[in-house]
Ligand binder design. Structure first.
Ligand code: OOG
Ligand code: MG
Length: 248
């Protein structure tokens, strides 16, 4: 049986000490979400505040890159937020990767009686820094859920009101001006709003809160790139760019 508290402590320590750990013994998905919750409690006890949920593996590109086949959810905190265009010290991370995201903001609470799509009040281009706490960035579905879906940092471009249509928008990830990944918002479960509907389903199953003001990352449309020194920019057509600079 999984020792939920012990694995949460190990993962928390790995993140804080910037040291990778071995993958845990196989665990059930429900236990993995319990570990994630316990891990977040440790971060809250350190003074961090939850800022919203994030989705993982909502695109084939990501599933194929990591060898998994199911959508997962994690939690963002204020300590993970990095300003648009800011420098970030790569020493904070074990083996960071970076990926383009579409970010949404909730204007009101969502529960079973109302639709998440109707509760949205803004959208922004985003970047997510992921940093598995597991050796060599290798994991199975349950172990990455326990590790809060590799969440390590996120950057938001300017918030803007929701456009009529968000499907089939070109997504590009560039490093020092060179395109390293490209795709389309339609890679995110066919449409980013489908990812949000999937999140609402998961929220019911796993008791995930969806609150006014929450920031939601819908999941990367492309594979992640390794994050080293240099300027990384994500562009989502019509939403504009968002950037972060890795520094050593
Ligand atoms: C897990 C996180 C996946 C996404 O956008 O698909 C994710 C990982 O790849 O380590 O954030
Ligand atoms: Mg992501």
């Amino acid at each position: 049986m999984t020792d939920v508290a012990a694995l949460a402590r190990q993962l928390h320590q790995a993140q804080r000490s910037v040291r990778e750990i071995d993958q845990p013994d196989p665990l059930e998905l429900a236990d993995a979400y319990a570990v994630q919750l316990a891990l977040l409690e440790l971060r809250y006890a350190d003074g961090e505040r939850r800022t919203g949920p994030k989705l993982g593996f909502t695109s084939k590109a990501k599933m194929t890159q990591m060898g998994v086949s199911e959508i997962i959810a994690g939690v963002l905190t204020d300590a993970m937020l990095i300003g648009d265009g800011a420098d970030v010290d790569l020493g904070r991370f074990i083996h960071p990767r970076i990926e383009p995201e579409v970010a949404f903001r909730l204007g009101r609470d969502v529960d079973a009686a109302n639709s998440i799509v109707e509760a949205l009040d803004a959208v922004a281009p985003g970047l997510e820094i992921i940093d598995s706490r597991y050796r060599d960035f290798r994991f199975d579905l349950a172990s990455v859920v326990a590790d809060n879906t590799s969440a390590a940092g996120y950057v938001l471009g300017p918030w803007q009101s929701l456009p009529e249509e968000l499907g089939e928008r070109e997504v590009q990830l560039t490093v020092d001006g060179v395109v390293v990944e490209s795709g389309s918002t339609s890679a995110i479960l066919g449409h980013p709003l489908e990812a949000l509907r999937a999140l609402q389903d998961m929220a019911a199953r796993y008791d995930i809160p969806l609150r006014a003001g929450d920031v939601i990352l819908a999941g990367a449309a492309t594979a992640a790139a390794s994050f080293g020194a240099g300027l990384v920019t994500a562009q989502v057509a019509g939403l504009g760019p968002v950037s972060v600079r890795g520094v050593r």
